[in-house]
Design a binder for this molecule. Structure first.
Ligand SMILES: *[C@@H]1O[C@H](CO)[C@@H](O)[C@H](O)[C@H]1NC(C)=O
Ligand SMILES: *[C@@H]1O[C@H](CO)[C@@H](O)[C@H](O)[C@H]1NC(C)=O
Length: 588
């Protein structure tokens, strides 16, 4: 799980629409940016027909609807929501007249670049060079204060990104220190693809349709896996070579990072011969989702092991901040982009966070006023939110023979078949979960979430969470002790970063079944997942042991408990492939 700080600043003295951007205090302001330096930014235009977008998406994703699976093509989706051409032209013309050097006009946003001098005049900002305090060589040109929308285009513009945000660069997933000593008896052993396939009944040598695809999306400074590591991983774990067909965005294969490496190795290994896309994003969720919404052809599944709390506390005295208000605007815009993507039949998945219910607003467990926090995109209703479990230490009921897997001949591989909530201190992370700050509870989950809230289970105090909102995660999968090969080194890692690509790969295999039967992909899959759980198909294993009161470093008093049925710790539970497939086979 990687974090990106979304901190929101608005100007209180100017009557402009609230503006939103990300700030991380690890960025140190240096000298003024050179007047001729080029700044790249995105202008997100106001959209239309958003009520139709939402109701249509819910209709084509509802397994009971005659329109189930009848997705729209990209052109129709963009035609529905894009502003009138005259509006797009007017904003583009304004940008051109204001000194932008390049302008790329899309249907509902404009990518532009302009010298610092033009940007400063247009948006009433002072641009500075920023350097990261802990990451040598990381520099950005950003505004000192929040931007002001020029009055000529104010009524047409939703938000502008790329001017002011200073993204959070944090290390993750969490790697275990490796020791050569025998594992303690409490250690369940390392997880390899065969562990996951065995536990969830995922077939190997699956008859994948050639259109089956899975995309791993990366943000911030994570730009690479090393192709050589993929070969080593395949040979050590006895899995087929991973079929990366497309790299989008900046890619630096010489400097592999753990997040990208984990995502590609486990997404690729579990999705078997699927076409794997690797997409690195300059920017955050808006830049990614607006680009994906109009990408053609596009991958059918996208896993994002990234997130940061929905509303963020303000930091470091840069401007004034009205907590939550403008963050909500950013979240709203990205949720609309996610809906556009869903209506095209693309499945989005996101990790539910590694800091338990306390979340990234309370990693030290000592925030008395706001002891629990949420995550975005992991709390978005329009993604499948994936939490983490771990295996209990092997007991007499242990099963599984891994002796044919090379790495299991050297290291102790997991054999337990019983799962519980992935939590510190047994693990290096605690799975995130709770209730969104902004998004009301969708109907597809209302019955099971209300059952949880009315079950009598101990809940956090009601003023600490919004119980009428979207509960997350939806599902979970193993997230502890994954074996990966990064930079030719063995690493053992923990994180909901493990769980999201694995669940995404399972959806890829289910898509393959549908393609083989000439059906459409599963698309926005949440209504189907909850319907599958309610059917008698044994689609999930309910996880009932544990809670998410801890973080990566400590345990707080407040959090949620896993119980029978859906809970905001492990969602519906972990997948049972045969049961999920049996339900998917009933869909039109
Ligand atoms: C809970 O969230 C809803 C939006 O779903 C919002 O209307 C309501 O004001 C929130 N309640 C509180 C107490 O914040
Ligand atoms: C597979 O992809 C091709 C090319 O995009 C498309 O024409 C075909 O309809 C797809 N098949 C299925 C079953 O989705």
């Amino acid at each position: 799980m990687r974090n990106l700080l979304l901190l929101v600043l608005i100007s209180v003295c100017l009557a402009v629409p609230a503006l939103s951007f990300n700030r991380d205090s690890n960025w140190i302001q240096h000298n003024r940016a050179g007047k001729h330096e080029i700044v790249n930014f995105h202008v997100a235009l106001n959209q239309r027909n958003l009520d139709v977008l939402e109701s249509t998406l819910l209709d084509v994703s509802n397994p009971e609807s005659p329109n189930y699976g009848k997705y729209w093509d990209m052109e129709s989706v963009l035609a529905l929501v894009a502003p009138e051409q005259s509006v797009v032209d007017q904003v583009a013309q304004f940008l051109r007249n204001s000194g932008c050097q390049s302008i790329e006009v899309h249907s509902d946003f404009i990518k532009a670049s302009a010298p610092v001098s033009a940007v400063e005049k247009m948006f009433s900002v002072d641009m500075f060079n920023y350097k990261h305090a802990h990451k040598a060589g990381q520099t950005l040109v950003r505004s000192k204060q929040t931007y002001t929308l020029p009055k000529e285009i104010r009524e047409h513009v939703h938000i502008v990104t790329g001017l002011s945000e200073l993204p959070h660069l944090k290390n993750g997933p969490k790697a275990h220190k490796l020791n050569t000593k025998a594992s303690p008896s409490s250690d369940p052993g390392i997880v390899v693809p065969a562990t996951i396939q065995g536990l969830y009944g995922i077939p190997t040598g699956y008859n994948n349709h050639k259109n089956t695809s899975l995309c791993l999306a990366e943000f911030s400074d994570d730009r690479s896996y090393n192709p050589k590591d993929l070969n080593t991983f395949a040979s050590k774990t006895g899995t087929p070579l991973i079929n990366v067909v497309k790299n989008v965005g900046p890619f630096q294969p010489t400097n592999p990072d753990l997040e990208s490496t984990l995502d590609v190795q486990y997404g690729g290994a579990i999705a078997e011969t699927a076409q794997v896309w690797f997409w690195t994003v300059d920017g955050w969720m808006f830049e990614f989702s607006s680009a994906l919404a109009e990408q053609y052809p596009a991958p059918y599944i996208v896993s994002m092991s990234w997130g940061w709390p929905e509303p963020l506390q303000c930091e470091s005295g840069i401007g004034n901040c009205q907590n939550g208000e403008t963050s909500e605007q950013y979240v709203d815009r990205v949720n609309t982009e996610f809906q556009k993507i869903g209506l095209r039949g693309i499945t989005l998945l996101a990790a539910s966070g590694d800091q338990g219910a306390p979340g990234d607003n309370n990693p030290s467990c000592n925030n008395k006023n706001k002891p629990i926090s949420t995550i975005f995109p992991g709390a978005s209703p329009w993604v499948t939110s994936v939490g983490a479990t771990m295996l209990s230490a092997p007991s007499s009921s242990a099963s599984g023979d891994n002796s044919d897997i090379p790495v299991c001949g050297i290291h102790h591989c997991a054999t337990s078949t019983s799962e519980l909530v992935c939590s510190y201190p047994a693990a290096l992370i605690t799975t995130g979960g709770g209730f969104s700050d902004y998004s009301p509870r969708p109907s597809w989950q209302s019955s099971v979430v209300e059952t949880y809230l009315n079950s009598g289970v101990a809940l956090p105090a009601s003023n600490f969470f919004n119980s009428s909102n979207r509960g997350f995660p939806d599902v979970s999968a193993l997230g502890h002790n994954y074996y990966v090969v990064a930079g030719d080194q063995m690493q053992v890692v923990d994180g909901t970063s493990c769980s999201s690509p694995v669940f995404g790969a399972i959806v890829a295999l289910l898509n393959s079944y549908r393609f083989n039967n000439n059906k459409s992909p599963l698309g926005f899959i949440n209504p189907v997942l909850y319907a599958a759980a309610a059917s008698n198909n044994n689609a999930f294993t309910d996880i009932t042991t544990g809670d998410n009161k801890c973080t990566e470093a400590c345990c707080a008093k407040t959090g949620y408990l896993a119980t029978k049925g859906w809970d905001p710790v492990t969602g519906l539970g972990t997948p049972n492939f045969k049961g999920l497939l049996a339900y998917v086979q009933t869909l039109q």
